[in-house]
Ligand binder design. Sequence first.
Ligand code: PGA
Length: 251
Amino acid sequence: MTRRRIIAGNWKMNMRGDTAAALAKGLVTAVGDEPAVDVVLCPPFVYLDVVADAIAGTPIGLGAQNLYAADDGAYTGEINAGMLNDVGCRYVILGHSERRALLGETDDQISEKLHAALAGNLVPIVCVGETLDDREAGRTEKVVETQIRGSLAGLDEARAASIVVAYEPVWAIGTGKTATPEQAEEVHALIRQLLGELFTPEVAAQIRIQYGGSVKPSNAKELLGQANIDGALVGGASLKVDDFLGIVTAE
Ligand code: PGA
């Protein structure tokens, strides 16, 4: 089973419109017409339009960093899947650990968002990962399993193959500490086995599992070379053309 690699830049709450446009345009030139991997940019909501313009007609895909799981209505401050579609999004990051930790997002909410994303024809990138305390207490497996089961609750086999999962150990995000390729592969293999139990091994073999947490050009090749690592969700290194390109082109 060959899974096409997917490299997504999570810009988080960074940039202004002019820098967002410049970064997106720089990447369009750098990535070219036929990248060997799927490339996705996830700017803040307010710059989705700006980035959509910059990448129009190119193979680069657009993603949002969150959505609200409801149809249009009285939900002040929220953005739904229909709106994301309208501005050209094909992907949406769900359940990022910063949202879980800072905004109290739960697996139940993430599962609702997952269903809203799929109903709105968006590819969800569902994030899971343990904290340092979890890892040191030997709870990594349990925590990741609980997050996967909860976040993917109610997902049927027919749609499961289209989702993307991102394994991001919280202790490796923005810290410069990357999981070793072996540590990452161990959890990725576990996630794929669990997906096989939740769906079928054939479906699990199609689901792309990204690694995230201080991915940079210097460690991308080794991480991406692991059997069950199918891409990267990149924060800090996605904010510079050369760094992101180095990950996109890592072989
Ligand atoms: P980082 O962030 O690459 O800056 O560690 C990754 C993420 O949070 O998705």
